[in-house]
Ligand binder design. Structure first.
Ligand code: CDP
Length: 218
């Protein structure tokens, strides 16, 4: 697909729970519109990785607050961030207000690039880019998300049962939705896209249609 002409400053916010397919859709939107893409979950995963590598207790909010202002994104290979343990640890540090506020500037700078950007996460449409022209909230049933994550982890050679992953997903949903600072929720002006019964191609077509509708409605 050839990148389309992008109007100045098209910012697309893609939020949703773990393994909802938001990363895949955000990458597809980025390719379609020729916009740079930021997976903001990786930033929380980097803080978690830095905490574990330094030998800190993952619940040590003071240590996390220090690390968030000093860590270098280039110090982490993406492959070391995608595992199950890091996803879990990321959702613990992501509930800490000092970690969230420490990551805001990097995310907003990325979104402010000329031409715009696609960002995915949990609070892009609500906190990071409330002015985004297009906001999607991507979701799917816990069982469908667990099946997708199971397949993804198996592809990485990580052995895990479907039931164990489903329990992870439910715990992470509860933690991400229940935290007081920037909880996971759809922005009032987000369009909800349930991908439970959609193939990647169908979901990508639906996501592009939602963005097109928002662009032309401006
Ligand atoms: O891929 P998956 O959805 O499992 O995880 P992720 O998007 O990499 O995010 C990992 C964790 O970081 C989530 O469970 C959230 O707790 C946190 N996160 C967040 O709080 N805000 C964001 N914008 C992105 C991630």
């Amino acid at each position: 697909m050839s990148p389309e002409q992008t109007p100045a400053g098209l910012v697309i916010a893609v939020d949703g729970p773990a393994a909802s397919g938001k990363g895949t859709l955000a990458r597809r939107l980025s390719a379609h519109y020729g916009l740079p893409y930021l997976d903001t979950g990786l930033l929380y995963r980097m803080v978690a990785r830095a905490m574990l590598d330094a030998g800190h207790d993952i619940r040590d909010a003071d240590a996390a607050a220090r690390l968030v202002s000093t860590f270098e994104e280039s110090a982490f290979a993406e492959d070391t961030l995608r595992g199950r343990e890091i996803g879990e640890a990321a959702s613990v540090v992501a509930a800490m207000p000092a970690v969230r506020s420490g990551l805001i500037a990097r995310q907003r700078q990325f979104a402010a690039q000329a031409g715009g950007a696609v960002l995915d996460g949990r609070d892009i449409g609500t906190v990071i880019c409330p002015q985004a022209q297009a906001k999607l909230f991507v979701t799917a049933t816990p069982e469908v998300r667990a099946a997708r994550r199971h397949k993804e982890l198996a592809g990485r050679g990580e052995a895990a049962t479907f039931e164990g992953i489903l329990a992870d997903i439910r715990r992470r949903d509860a933690r991400d939705s229940g935290r007081s600072d920037a909880p996971l929720k759809a922005a009032d002006d987000a369009v909800i896209l349930d991908t439970s019964a959609l193939t990647v191609e169908e979901a990508a077509a639906a996501a592009i249609a939602i963005v097109e509708h928002r662009r032309t409605a401006r």
